[in-house]
Design a protein. Structure first.
Length: 316
């Protein structure tokens, strides 16, 4: 009798567990970002939420956890249950932090999908240089002041690696807290060059105050078809700020699959595509990617960043 009761209890527990898994999601999903409100990463997270929320059938909120160039957001994810209700907006900044800790893969994370593949763009105040060739020529004899957001991150790493590949004087790096502050100082002449993503400076570009000089990519941006790429100039410097989503290892496989399916469906829709083209200056076809492509890129980003930080002397 006792055995029968125990067996019945185990069956009931198993059915309850299956029911709980099948019910995902049944509460609010947090989408954590390491950036403050208004930055490119924050905007991407919010655009994803708007596109995916109606499909996934539950509330989604963006939780901003700035600090430590990604460290705080990683710790926040680590402290939450591995149940799919905390979705990390993973970027190149997180690759830097993981690489600094000796990692060569995006360890501890399960990829969901990529949202943006956003090339670094070297920008100047309009009228400072006639074209990309004049911009490069000016740096052969004397270094320019490059404004970046934080150090030991994609901005200054890409600036250093560009200088090395282009055979110019290495830039003098000037860090700023955010893209808005950097844009103000570029227009004001306190720095010569800003390392930004196109979308971050789109308003000032449209206003004719900031001009993109070189896109660090293989292909030209649809939003800036007349701006030369490093590939056009024969410079081996292809660097992008990538943004996508991941959950912690240990998240149930069925929950991971639900997130992958719904997030991809939302980001392949017209609403998110319009965000990419209008707000970020990106092509949906070259930005949105599934978990397989995204997982490979996450791991490659950590590996390559580790090698770059070693070469630049940031880590041993």
């Amino acid at each position: 009798m006792k055995i029968s009761v125990l067996a019945a209890g185990l069956v009931a527990l198993g059915l309850a567990t299956q029911g709980q898994a099948a019910e995902f999601p049944d509460k609010t999903i947090e989408v954590v970002t390491h950036s403050g409100a208004g930055g490119g990463t924050d905007l991407t997270a919010r655009a994803m939420v708007r596109a995916v929320e109606p499909i996934i059938g539950t509330d989604m909120i963006v939780v901003n956890r700035p600090g430590g160039a990604g460290v705080v957001s990683l710790k926040y994810l680590e402290d939450r249950p591995s149940d799919g209700y905390t979705l990390l907006t993973w970027t190149t900044g997180h690759a830097v932090q993981q690489a600094k800790n000796g990692a060569t893969t995006a360890e501890g994370l399960i990829p969901i999908a990529r949202a943006t593949n956003d090339p670094q763009v070297l920008m100047t105040a309009c009228g400072k240089f006639d074209d990309a060739e004049a911009f490069i020529e000016a740096q052969k004899e004397k270094p320019l002041r490059y404004g970046v957001t934080h150090v030991a991150n994609i901005d200054d790493v890409s600036a250093f690696m560009f200088g090395k590949a282009a055979g110019i004087q290495q830039p003098q790096i000037v860090p700023f807290e955010g893209g808005g502050d950097l844009e103000t100082n570029l227009i004001g002449g306190n720095v010569d060059v800003a390392v930004l993503n196109y979308g971050e400076a789109a308003a000032q570009i449209d206003a004719g105050k900031i001009c993109p000089m070189i896109v660090m990519a293989e292909s030209r941006l649809e939003s800036a078809p007349d701006v030369a790429t490093t590939a056009d100039l024969g410079i081996d410097a292809d660097y992008s700020t990538v943004r996508g989503f991941a959950v912690a290892e240990g998240t149930p496989p069925e929950v991971v699959e639900t997130l992958r399916t719904t997030v991809m469906e939302g980001m392949q829709g017209e609403q998110f595509g319009h965000f990419l083209t209008s707000a970020m200056g990106l092509s949906p076809e070259t930005s949105v990617a599934d978990h397989e492509v995204w997982g490979e890129q996450m791991n490659a980003a950590v590996k390559n960043m580790n090698a770059a930080l070693v070469e630049l002397g940031y880590i041993e």
